[in-house]
Unconditional design. Structure first.
Length: 106
């Protein structure tokens, strides 16, 4: 399975109401948050209505430099998590990062 197959979004309680107002599928906007003191590779996930969470830490490090270096807004397809996504892992949103350059093998 590639990294882009199913990328979860970490969304705290502060974002749940905004997430619930999203359509089932939408376009996510990705940006880095270099001043994040908790996670040095923080990638913010936003919708047109504002921030909805962060790319999961176990994946964000692979895409951070690509998104940071972008000169244009980076977007990707996103969907609200299914009921089983939420029940089994607490995932509220899932991203498809296949349109973003895959990182080189380490």
């Amino acid at each position: 399975m590639s990294l882009s197959a199913r990328v979860p979004v970490v969304a705290g309680l502060a974002y749940l109401e905004r997430i619930r107002q999203l359509p089932p599928s939408f376009t996510a906007i990705l940006s880095v948050e270099p001043a994040n003191r908790y996670f040095r590779h923080a990638i913010v996930v936003s919708s047109e209505s504002g921030k909805v969470g962060y790319v999961a830490p176990e994946v964000a490090g692979h895409y951070y430099e690509t998104i940071k270096a972008a000169t244009e807004r980076i977007t990707c397809p996103a969907r609200r998590g299914s009921e089983s996504d939420h029940e089994t892992s607490g995932v509220e949103l899932v991203l498809d990062l296949s349109s973003i350059a895959q990182p080189e093998s380490e």
